[in-house]
Design a protein around this ligand. Structure first.
Ligand code: SF4
Length: 489
């Protein structure tokens, strides 16, 4: 598929819309507010940072998302719901939010509401919102995110609804303003879309086919993040291991990672992570680069989805249980101590008790540091949704509980083995659950809640973004507890 980069003319057009909305907002008596509510994965979180960047350029103050379009007891002027369609219950939740905004719009007619993201890339959902939720002013999908200024302009200046049907465009939105959530951690997209068509997944339908960003654009973004003091980046793509295949750049993902490491050497950017890696595409070259570059965290998210080769075949994952386990063995032999995490679906159509036992067996053998476990959710338009042998909900829930119990036990044991050791932790600020402790993450991506002794003060905001050596005193199932014994300021 040919790749189209947004043209300079299109960028200029959107800049013009931004300026016109900014002029209008600057003339208001108070600065208008915008809240962007994000559902779903890291891709969506990063898209929301771009929406926030554009909204800020249009003169909106970005405020935290609070109930039903309100911030500090007052309605926002712009509310954006950036939606996810990976699971049915996420969709139901989002429809609840859209419904709640109806009342908000009634009370404050000046409220502008927008719904975007993966949900609105599905024709049946788009049609539903378009016909049943007339309170939504702007509807657009993931492909048209760069046209957000145009949509806001048209809605504000004409008072009419702007609804863009799904399924258009394969552009790569370079150069959009980004308002990042953190000063020291950043997402960097390396590619969009997916070509794999796993039979349960809507991503190829809603995010389109694989489109890699130009290497130079990625390197420029990484360099500028390093210069601005960012300490950790996560490279994003639905399947980063396919990077470069569509653009004949002569660089694969391993090559890209190596070049990124070269560019950030000597800077304060000390951690590089990436996600997601399809096991069938994870190359020896990538393992070599990970093993040889200290900037790349010894941590890998490697979704397995099931331990049954038969279920994997029907999921169209294109690897067997044995191939997955030998890949894990190879990675661990080259990168000792690497932390592994995964995604697992329980109750895929046709999953028998024997299939599920294979999953439990795989989990026992791999011993993941973290596993994101999901109950299978049929998605309209995917092949698996019409498979005849759907597993009864009570059976799925019982299996899900057993899997969770097993994984929780493994997490706890692995965390207990950390007690008495010292880890480098990137401090993220004061813990949300306890204001006398800081929180951060190890290289292996484990959450650590920790104390700091004088002269360092927990309430000192400047500790966020610094590395601390933390001595681990206690282990919980999902986190570690300790005390900072040294700061690298
Ligand atoms: S590789 Fe991931 S994103 Fe692509 S179709 Fe499969 S599950 Fe979906």
């Amino acid at each position: 598929m040919a790749k189209k980069i947004i043209t300079p003319e299109e960028t200029e057009r959107q800049d013009n819309y931004m300026r016109r909305v900014l002029d209008r907002n600057s003339a208001l008596k108070r600065r208008p507010t915008a809240c962007i509510k994000t559902f779903g994965c890291q891709m969506n979180e990063h898209d929301s940072e771009k929406l926030a960047g554009m909204a800020e350029r249009m003169g909106y103050e970005i405020v935290p998302d609070e109930a039903a379009g309100k911030y500090n007891g007052r309605f926002c002027d712009l509310v954006v719901l950036n939606t996810c369609c990976v699971r049915e219950n996420a969709e139901e939740k989002i429809f609840g939010h859209i419904g709640a905004l109806k009342g908000a719009k009634h009370e404050y007619p000046g409220l502008l509401t927008a719904v975007c993201g993966c949900m609105t890339e599905q024709k049946h959902i788009y049609d539903d919102i378009n016909s049943k939720f007339r309170n939504v002013d702007i509807v657009f999908g993931t492909h048209d995110i760069y046209r957000f200024p145009e949509f806001v302009y048209k809605a504000v200046f004409t008072g009419k609804r702007v609804c863009v049907p799904p399924g258009s465009g394969d552009e790569i939105p370079e150069g959009l303003p980004i308002k990042r959530d953190s000063d020291f951690k950043a997402w960097v997209t390396v590619m969009y879309g997916c070509n794999n068509f796993c039979t349960y997944c809507v991503v190829p339908y809603v995010r389109g086919r694989e489109r890699s960003r130009n290497k130079d654009d990625i390197l420029r973004e990484v360099e500028s993040l390093a210069l601005s003091g960012v300490r950790e980046i996560t490279l994003l793509g639905q399947n980063v291991n396919s990077y470069g295949r569509d653009i004949n750049s002569g660089t694969d993902f391993a090559g890209l990672l190596g070049e990124i490491c070269d560019r950030v050497q000597g800077s304060g950017l000390r951690r590089i992570r990436f996600m997601t890696s399809h096991p069938k595409d994870l190359s020896d070259r990538l393992i070599d680069v990970m093993a040889s570059r200290p900037e790349i965290c010894a941590q890998l998210h490697l979704p397995v989805q099931s331990g049954s080769t038969e279920v994997l075949r029907r999921m169209n994952r294109r690897y067997t249980k044995e191939q997955y386990i030998s890949l894990v063995d190879k990675i661990r032999s080259r990168i000792p101590g690497i932390a592994l995490s995964t995604d697992i679906i329980t109750g895929f159509p046709g999953e028998t008790e024997e299939d599920f036992a294979e999953t439990l067996d795989l989990v026992k053998r791999v011993r993941y540091d973290a596993a994101f476990t999901f109950i299978y959710s049929p998605r309209v338009g995917t092949p698996a949704a019409s498979y005849p042998d759907q597993v009864p909900p009570e059976v799925v829930h019982e299996r899900f509980d057993r899997l969770l119990e097993l994984q929780n036990g493994i997490c706890r044991e692995l965390n207990e083995a950390c007690v008495g050791k010292t880890f480098s932790v990137l401090c993220e600020g004061v813990s949300r659950t306890c204001d006398t402790r800081l929180t951060g993450r190890t290289e292996s991506n484990k959450v650590v809640n920790f104390t700091a002794s004088p002269p360092y003060d927990v309430s000192d905001g400047s500790l966020a973004g610094r590395f601390a050596d933390v001595y681990i005193e206690n282990a919980q199932t999902w986190s570690l507890e300790g005390r900072a014994v040294n700061w690298r300021l």
